[in-house]
Design a protein around this ligand. Structure first.
Ligand code: FES
Ligand code: FES
Length: 168
């Protein structure tokens, strides 16, 4: 099949490549750019492991073709750490709240959680659960993930620990 040229920004770097029209965005990110922090769980839009941001909003990158991302701005889990290597507040919160076991779902959970908090800066538990519906974890039972998202929201707002006592 004839390849098509695309130009897009991924984690702050602009790439121009030729891709087959059937290439999924997640395939392009992983196989062509080496962004293997974005994972593939189901390949059918169910699990959320492949979640990245497209122009600042979370999307499932197994649901899009790479050609559809032409001209857009993509951020992966590998693009959210600071230049000096400091973790993003949401990554820090997942780490500190023990919100992972095998970790397979974690990159997608974190990308979805950042989008969630951008939209709901101080989410209650129901809001967190509702907005993580499209991201599946087989391990943790979600309790610590919910706590992590709320802690991450406080970190992103610059007020870490401020409401920690209320959870007990
Ligand atoms: S791999 Fe994309 S939703 Fe599961
Ligand atoms: S930590 Fe294992 S699937 Fe989420």
């Amino acid at each position: 099949m004839a390849k098509k040229p695309i130009t897009l920004t991924v984690d702050g770097v602009t790439y121009t490549d030729d891709v087959e029209p059937r290439t999924l965005l997640v395939q392009y990110l992983r196989e062509q750019l080496g962004k293997v922090g974005t994972l593939v769980g189901c390949d059918t839009t169910n699990c959320g492991a492949c979640t990245v941001h497209l122009d600042g909003r979370s999307i499932k990158s197994c649901t899009m073709f790479a050609v559809q991302a032409d001209g857009h701005d993509v951020t992966t889990i590998e693009g959210i750490t600071a230049a000096d290597g400091a973790l993003h507040p949401m990554q820090k919160a997942f780490h500190e709240s023990h919100a992972l076991q095998c970790g397979f779902c974690t990159p997608g959970m974190i990308m979805q959680s950042i989008d969630l908090v951008n939209e709901h800066p101080d989410p209650d538990e129901a809001t967190v659960r509702e907005n993580l519906e499209g991201n599946l974890c087989r391990c943790t039972g979600y309790q610590n993930i919910v706590k992590a998202v709320q802690a991450g929201a406080r970190e992103m707002a610059g007020t870490p620990e401020s409401t920690e006592a209320g959870a007990a």
